[in-house]
Design a protein around this ligand. Structure first.
Ligand SMILES: C[S@@+](CC[C@H](N)C(=O)[O-])C[C@H]1O[C@@H](n2cnc3c(N)ncnc32)[C@H](O)[C@@H]1O
Ligand code: SF4
Length: 377
């Protein structure tokens, strides 16, 4: 089983907090050229690496792939369908930025094969959306969800919390209101102030306050989501029964994936070892790579890199890791168990709530980069 990720790198403008591989649209796009390049790379990557396994999920992410014409998405999905064994029930997601989709296009995307939307709502407070540098207000975000729910019955929204100056009481109200929207899934991300972003500069210059520290926001968020019947199956992902996101789940299970587009990564098992393929992030470099049939650059992961990746991906999720496959030092496991940071069920090890709050430290401890003192602090 494996999945396919298609990365569309363009957005209408750059949000203040975002360090994803995305650039603001400047001028018009030659969609015919772009679809031809994507088709070429999809066929090449499948031709070189696909082993007839079934494809359980296809994800159009970005950037803002809802800026693509539905015919573009249809062409890519038809090509993938012809080239490989896409499961009948495969999850096919489109990331959507409010204001970049209307009902007519939504129906066309659905006809093209999209069966799940992930909408970047981020906040439902106008002033906060402005601070985040979003192109839409709260009304547009909520209206987008309502409109899309007329067409799709599998909708996820993204929200960002612990924003500069945000008070916990205000977030509690906002989250309750957002969870009443007609959605089946929600991704709740604690803000990360990334280096090189406009938000980092605004915080450093004193224009914005620093987000609060400590775990109060995160623990309250988890509690509210569960109380509103969204089950947490990963650090930031919550679903109504039957709506776990299959695409991300496959990353956490460390299954193979084929990434296509500028800056997209792949992880593919070759001769018993995981191999990474990273495509050029720079748009010009990627176009030249795709146009000139330049070879894929394969990076074979070392045993310890693969071990670290399995830990980082698996421990985020409720499903955890299989300790028959990921060999964990028994003494370290005892220490984590004694301190209630992990749970063991059959051969699976996963983190408790206390463990999840120390996710990065536990990963570093298990991979030998830190000793147990770092966790005790
Ligand atoms: C690639 S974006 C996809 C959605 C779409 N491009 C949009 O913004 O509407 C994925 C999600 O990651 C989250 N995200 C991006 N940067 C973040 C940051 N610095 N801190 C926390 N969450 C972030 C946002 O919620 C965003 O919707
Ligand atoms: S729309 Fe999404 S991908 Fe684009 S800049 Fe904003 S958060 Fe980043």
């Amino acid at each position: 089983m494996s999945t396919i990720y298609i990365h569309w790198p363009f957005c209408l403008s750059k949000c203040h907090y975002c360090d994803f591989s995305s650039i603001p649209l400047n001028g018009s796009i030659d969609f015919d050229l772009w679809v031809a390049l994507y088709n070429k790379i999809i066929l090449r990557i499948l031709n070189d690496f696909y082993k007839d396994e079934s494809i359980t999920s296809i994800y159009f992410g970005g950037g803002t792939p809802s800026l693509l014409p539905p015919s573009f998405v249809a062409e890519i999905l038809n090509l993938i369908d012809d080239a490989c064994d896409v499961e009948k029930e495969a999850e096919i997601t489109l990331e959507v930025n409010p204001l970049t989709i209307n009902l007519r296009d939504a129906k066309r995307f659905k006809a093209a094969g999209i069966n799940r939307l992930s909408i970047g709502v981020q906040s439902i407070i106008d002033a906060d959306l402005k601070m985040l540098g979003r192109i839409h207000g709260a009304y547009e975000a909520k209206n987008c969800v309502l409109e899309m729910s007329e067409v799709f019955n599998n909708i996820s929204i993204d929200l960002i919390y612990n924003r500069p100056g945000q008070r916990l009481e205000a977030w509690i109200d906002e989250l309750h209101e957002a969870l009443l929207l007609p959605i089946q899934h929600v991704s709740l991300y604690e803000l990360i102030v990334e280096d090189g972003t406009a938000m980092k500069r605004m915080i450093e210059s004193g224009e914005l306050p620093r987000p609060s520290e400590g775990s109060e926001f995160i623990e309250t968020t988890w509690m509210i989501a569960e109380n509103c019947h969204f089950h947490r199956y990963e650090v930031s992902n919550f679903s109504k029964p039957g709506f776990v996101g299959r695409h991300n789940l496959s990353y956490w299970k460390y299954e193979d994936y084929y990434g296509i587009g500028p800056g997209a990564h792949s992880r593919i098992k070759l001769n018993g070892r995981k191999v990474a393929i990273e495509q050029a992030k720079d748009i010009g470099d990627w176009i030249s790579f795709a146009s000139n049939d330049e070879p894929f650059e394969l990076i074979e992961l070392t045993e310890s890199e693969e071990f670290d990746e399995r830990l980082i991906m698996g421990l985020r999720a409720e499903i955890g890791i299989d300790i028959d496959i990921v060999k964990i030092d028994r003494n370290k496991m005892q220490f984590l168990l004694k301190n209630s940071y992990i749970m063991l069920r059959d051969s699976r090890m996963s983190l408790t709530n206390d463990g999840l709050l120390k996710l990065n430290l536990i990963v570093e401890y298990l991979s030998g980069k830190r000793d147990e003192n770092i966790i005790k602090q």
